[in-house]
Structure formats: structure tokens, C-alpha cells
Design a protein around this ligand. Structure first.
Ligand code: ATP
Ligand code: MG
Length: 388
């Protein structure tokens, strides 16, 4: 009998020393959560995981789960069968008839590792016999032992295991291994990519969106909810806090000079993000800022906003060009939603000539004179929560 299973390769995790178990357990939990409707069974082995999954699980569901889980460096669908040449040959032929094996390939080789030395054939002979069988069944192929397009891996251990060249996974470290952060998620292109990059380093994230209804529409809020849903598989779930921001915006408008409005708004966002972060046990704030992208992201502006934060602020896009950010956004599928034309609160209250080189001392004085802290606390209390 043959069973389908998946072999998952772990990269950086397998280099971890004493903590390796912790990283592997998180990875297992994150994958298990995605496969929860189906019976599954995990087995650990140096540098990799074997997952046996109920045949009812569609291959696309498993592939989607593995290709969005950080910590997975690569994966391949594998076959497990009894340790006799008849069963092994049948499994090799099944593997070599899959479209993922056939498409775009002309050459192959078989590579065998025989851990069970009592198996009657040597590795070289097993590879030879299986290569011959595959050539008979797929005569369009030729064998190339140096640079094959495909490799059929065969391992003879407690049973026989066969798998083809792995599909690349997203890499990185499992979400939940690096603590928790509070992401400032707008409806734009950048902040979802900031979330993706921090999730890739294992940070679990909650998100905050500042919603200035009716100056920003319900569609703008729906757009952010959609973005959070799209990020959710990469983040192993995400809790979104929608904070009502209108009262804060109006207060800023009447208590600061027009050219300072954006900076004051940024300061208030940072303060609220800090308050929420502390309330939700997060140790950092994450933003999608990129150096000099807009007036509020010059070094002077960032220095001012940064001074409003008690927590470390992670800006994973700080050194990235817009083009590079867009590339990732297309890859993970957030781009089409991000470019929908609903204005967010920043654009509506934006001054015509915002300060580009603010003075930290002067702007801090403006901020304090606004006496806005109580309004910020109220906004935090009124946040609407979505578990996505
Ligand atoms: P994005 O494309 O992510 O919207 P942006 O280029 O429009 O970024 P800004 O509007 O200056 O830049 O925002 C910088 C960062 O501040 C965003 O990446 C995001 O982290 C945060 N931010 C901006 N607006 C909001 C909002 N309404 N709610 C939550 N966070 C926000
Ligand atoms: Mg924005």
C-alpha cells in the first residue's frame, strides 16, 4: 500500500541549538492550524518534517498551507511504501507521472539513500532499476546524472520513501517565535508588506487601523479588513483593531498650524499604537515607512515620530524602493486590493505644504500644547476588534 505524505525542509531552524525544539513546535502548530479540518500526523527528522495527511485533503489546500507558512524552506509531496522492489517501482512510476514532475522537464536522475543496510540491493542498483522503469514509462525523458531537470529521491529506512525535487517555500522563521508586535496597517501598498516581512522573522502581529469616519468611507475600512484577511495566512491569524480617529483629527486641526497637521497626526497614531501595544502585550510597533518616501518619512520627521514611542519601532521597508515593495505586494497578492481608490484619513487632512524638516523641540512643544492625551485614551477604549 502507498500513502501520500509531504516532506517539509527547514532551513534556519535546523541551525538553532538548544531552542530548536521550540521553533519546530511552533512551525508544527502553525501548519496544523491550517490543516485542522483534516486528520494529520507529524514526524520530525533531522532538518525536516514529514506530514501524513488524510487523503480527503485536496493537494491545493496543503500546498497553500505550506507555501504561506514561514519556516518552510521547501516541500515536496512524497510517497511511502513497503520495502520491496515491486512496491518501490510502482511508487516511482506514480511520482514520475505527476504533472509537477513532467512539465518543463526533459532529463532526470534517481538518487537513493539506503539507511537500512539489510535491504538486498545497493543504492546504485536501486537507482539503476528505477531509472530504467521510468524511462520505459516516460520515453521522452533522458537520464542526466550531472544536471538533471528532476531528481527522484529514494530513501530506504523503516519503509521506502520517494519524493521529487522540492517546491520552494517562503523561508524565514515560524510566526510566534519572536514575540508580538503592533502593526500600523493602512489601506496602502506598504504596511501590508511591512507585516509580511516581520512575520517572516517570526513576529506575531496584531494590527491597528485609524478610521476617520465619515471623512474616510466604510469602503476604506472594508479594504483594510480585506488586506488583514489576505495577510492572515502569513501571520498565522491577525487581530485588527479599528480605532475611531475623527475626534483626534478634528482636535489636531484646531490646535496646530496647518503645516504641522500631518506630523501631529503621525505623533497621535504612534501614541495610540503604543497604548494598544502595551495593552495587548506587544513589545514593538511596526510601520510601513520607507526613508524619504513622503514628507512624514524624512529623517527629521521620523526622528520626531520615533520620539513619541516608548517601544522600539520596526520599519522593515526603510531601505526599500517603491518598485521592490510593489514586487512583493504582487507576489503575496495584496497589490490589487491596496490600489483600490478609497482615500485614507491621511490624504483628507493633508496640508498643502507639510513640514519636511521639522524641529523636534518645536514640534514636541506643539504636541504637548494640544493636550490631546485623554482623547487618545478614549479612542483606544472605543476600538472595534476583528479576529481575522
Ligand atoms: P502605506 O502605503 O502603508 O499606506 P504610505 O506610503 O501611504 O504607506 P503614510 O501614509 O505616511 O505612508 O503612512 C506611513 C505608515 O503609517 C504606513 O505604512 C502605516 O504603517 C501607518 N499608517 C498610515 N496611515 C494609517 C492608518 N490610517 N491606520 C494605521 N496605520 C497607518
Ligand atoms: Mg497610507
Amino acid at each position: 500500500m502507498t500513502t501520500t505524505l509531504y516532506l517539509v525542509r527547514l532551513g534556519e531552524i535546523s541551525l538553532k541549538g538548544m531552542n530548536r525544539d521550540f521553533f519546530e513546535r511552533k512551525l508544527k502548530d502553525n501548519i496544523k492550524y491550517k490543516l485542522r479540518p483534516y486528520k494529520n500526523f507529524f514526524k520530525k527528522q533531522k532538518g525536516r518534517l514529514f506530514i501524513e495527511i488524510d487523503d480527503a485533503a485536496p493537494a491545493e489546500v496543503v500546498q497553500q498551507a505550506l507555501s504561506t507558512t514561514f519556516g518552510v524552506v521547501g516541500y515536496s509531496a512524497a510517497l511511502k511504501c513497503q520495502k520491496d522492489m515491486e512496491s518501490i517501482k510502482a511508487a516511482a512510476l506514480t511520482l514520475a507521472s505527476r504533472s509537477s514532475f513532467l512539465e518543463g522537464a526533459k532529463t532526470f536522475k534517481v538518487e537513493t539513500v539506503r539507511s537500512d543496510k539489510s535491504f538486498p540491493l545497493k543504492s546504485y542498483d536501486i537507482s539503476g532499476e528505477l531509472g530504467h522503469e521510468i524511462l520505459m514509462a516516460q520515453p521522452q525523458f533522458t537520464v542526466d546524472v550531472h544536471h538533471p531537470d528532476r531528481i527522484v529521491h529514494v530513501e530506504i529506512r523503516d519503509q521506502a520513501y520517494l519524493y521529487a525535487s522540492p517546491v520552494p517555500g517562503p523561508g524565514g522563521l515560524p510566526v510566534g517565535t519572536a514575540g508580538r508586535g503592533m502593526l500600523m496597517l493602512s489601506g496602502g501598498i506598504d504596511s501590508p508588506i511591512a507585516a509580511y516581512r516581520m512575520a517572516k522573522r517570526g513576529l506575531r502581529q496584531e494590527a491597528v487601523y485609524f478610521h476617520a469616519y465619515p471623512y474616510t468611507s466604510d469602503e476604506a475600512k472594508e479594504k483594510v479588513i480585506t488586506l488583514a484577511k489576505l495577510l492572515s495566512p502569513y501571520c498565522s491569524g491577525i487581530t485588527l483593531h479599528v480605532v475611531p480617529f475623527t475626534d483626534v483629527q478634528l482636535h489636531i486641526k484646531t490646535h496646530s498650524h496647518e503645516e504641522e497637521n500631518t506630523l501631529m497626526m503621525r505623533a497621535c497614531m504612534m501614541r495610540i499604537a503604543n497604548k494598544l501595544a502595551i495593552k495587548r502585550n506587544c513589545l514593538a510597533v511596526v510601520t510601513g515607512e520607507s526613508l524619504s518616501q513622503v514628507a512624514s518619512q524624512t529623517l527629521e520627521s521620523l526622528a520626531f515620530t520615533n520620539s513619541m514611542s516608548e517601544l522600539p519601532v520596526f520599519r522593515p521597508l526603510i531601505g526599500m524602493d517603491k518598485g521592490e515593495i510593489i514586487e512583493t505586494s504582487r507576489m503575496i497578492g495584496t497589490y490589487e486590493t491596496s490600489i483600490l481608490p478609497f482615500e485614507d484619513c491621511c490624504t483628507i487632512f493633508s496640508p498643502k505644504h507639510p513640514l519636511v524638516r521639522p524641529d523636534k523641540v518645536q514640534q514636541t512643544a506643539t504636541y504637548q500644547a494640544m493636550e490631546i492625551e485623554e482623547l487618545l485614551d478614549q479612542a483606544v477604549e472605543k476600538a472595534e476588534i476583528f479576529n481575522l
